[in-house]
Design a protein around this ligand. Structure first.
Ligand SMILES: Cc1cc2nc3c(=O)[nH]c(=O)nc-3n(C[C@H](O)[C@H](O)[C@H](O)COP(=O)(O)OP(=O)(O)OC[C@H]3O[C@@H](n4cnc5c(N)ncnc54)[C@H](O)[C@@H]3O)c2cc1C
Length: 418
């Protein structure tokens, strides 16, 4: 074949990309290329210096850089080519257009491609908070980078909007650095973060969590001076008369993550409107044959351990595809029913399933004791008890493949105890 060719090319050198590249190589792919736009591998983990990574995968509590470091060391001598400082500009089938300062513009062809580009944060523009436009408003992840990598404390009196994990972690981080965190304000009646982060990052530091509240106005000319917070009703509309004013110089936004799918969309890959990631099969293949997706670019994960497991599946499947193995035949659709926000995967190749099919989902709201039920054409094919579920915590069930038939879509729903 003319020009540069690799059996498997992985886009993105975060935990997802590193695990996928290693697994592709272990599965026998002769030539594997890992492309990362940053000057080092590790992705978002490099700025997450708190612990809590690796409890499932390594059975140890590691920091983000420690978790990334273990995979970076595994890449050493694994026979995988790594291009740093290289941006993938376009995916055209199994052909990648890349650019870097050192290598210039290069076109590379692949036997298969793994998408592992992670996600980015929603900004103030995306949520439209009224008020002036002073300095002092950061996304929580940008503030985390300033504090943990660049060594700048971004403010002294901080209000946090949104209770996703990054916001919770930054509430603790800013407190430890000597700032005063006045409150964490959440528009929903429940937190968007992990229960352990609410306890360890807010409760342990007496930081109030204002549920069903939002910022209705930001005041300040050059720098943020005040934020007006109000309670909201069931439709998330501010309730007049409930306003309280916080004197603050900084607002951190932790209002959601968006999978980085510009490349995928432009390549014509089907995107799930709920996950904002690709629609995938059980082996993480997208709607574009030979292109696989894993990690935060597929759906936002709260634990890196699950990113690793999912990406290993994608890497192995990408190697199999490059070696000529195809999954064909009858297909099933997996659908989100009552109480379920989304499912990953969304499609199955009936003839290629392992004994059990892992299915990831998020509930739409907080549930107490309940059952997660999978049905196909009215027939129950799985029932799983849960003591508690919350949208901030990704859930997993394993469907028994033996019970699945070529008999229409499988729907997953939540049933509350009567
Ligand atoms: C603040 C924060 C706290 C967290 N805390 C925990 C925790 O305590 N425990 C836990 O288990 N998990 C935690 N997580 C979750 C976990 O870190 C993520 O789920 C995981 O890092 C996602 O990995 P990824 O490889 O999919 O994405 P990323 O780590 O974002 O990696 C994606 C990579 O792709 C590269 N890229 C993107 N586009 C291109 C392109 N076009 N060309 C080349 N390269 C590209 C990016 O530069 C990046 O390096 C946390 C996450 C955050 C943000």
């Amino acid at each position: 074949m003319n020009g540069l060719y690799y059996d498997v090319i992985v886009i993105g050198g975060g935990p997802a990309g590193m695990a996928a590249a290693l697994s592709a190589r272990e599965q026998g792919a002769p030539k594997v290329l890992l492309i990362e736009r940053d000057c080092e591998l590790g992705g978002i983990l490099n700025q997450c210096i708190h612990n809590g990574f690796g409890l499932h995968y390594f059975k140890q509590e590691l920091t983000g850089p420690e978790y990334a470091g273990r995979f970076i060391r595994r890449l050493d001598g694994a026979g995988i080519e790594v291009w740093l400082d290289t941006m993938v500009l376009e995916l055209d089938g199994l052909c990648l257009h890349t650019v870097s300062a050192a290598g210039g513009y290069r076109v590379v062809r692949a036997g298969s491609v793994v998408l592992a580009m992670g996600c980015r944060e929603r900004t103030r523009g995306a949520i439209g908070i009224p008020g002036s436009r002073p300095a002092g408003i950061f996304t929580a992840g940008a503030a985390q980078r300033y504090v943990n990598i660049e060594g700048y404390l971004v403010g002294r009196r901080v209000l946090i909007l949104g209770s996703g994990d990054i916001g919770l972690i930054m509430a603790r981080r800013m407190t430890l650095e000597g700032a005063s965190v006045l409150a964490c304000v959440e528009v929903m009646p429940y937190s968007g973060g992990l229960a352990r982060n609410i306890v360890q990052c807010l409760h342990d530091y007496d930081i109030p969590l204002l549920l069903s509240h939002t910022i209705v106005e930001i005041r300040g000319k050059n720098r943020v001076e005040q934020a007006v917070v109000a309670a909201v009703d069931g439709d998330r509309r501010p309730i007049p008369g409930t306003e309280q004013v916080f004197d603050c110089d900084t607002i951190l936004l932790s209002v959601g993550l968006i999978p980085e799918n510009e490349l995928s969309r432009a390549a014509g890959i089907a995107i799930d409107p709920h996950t904002k990631g690709a629609v995938v099969y059980e082996n993480m293949q997208t709607s574009l044959p030979g292109v696989f997706a894993c990690g935060n670019v597929l759906h936002v994960h709260d634990l890196v351990d699950y990113v690793t497991a999912e990406s290993q599946r994608a890497g192995r499947a990408a190697a199999d595809y490059a070696a000529g193995q195809r999954r064909e035949g009858a297909e099933l659709e997996l659908c989100a029913g009552d109480g379920v926000g989304y499912t990953v995967p969304q499609r199955l190749h009936l003839a290629h399933l392992d004994k059990t099919v892992p299915m990831f989902f998020r509930p739409r709201r907080v549930y107490g004791t309940c059952a997660v039920v999978a049905r196909q054409n009215g027939r129950q094919v799985g029932r799983f008890r849960r003591e508690r579920m919350a949208p901030g915590e990704m859930e997993q069930v394993a469907l028994p493949a033996l019970l699945l038939q070529d008999d229409g879509p499988v729907t997953l729903c939540v049933e509350e105890d009567a």
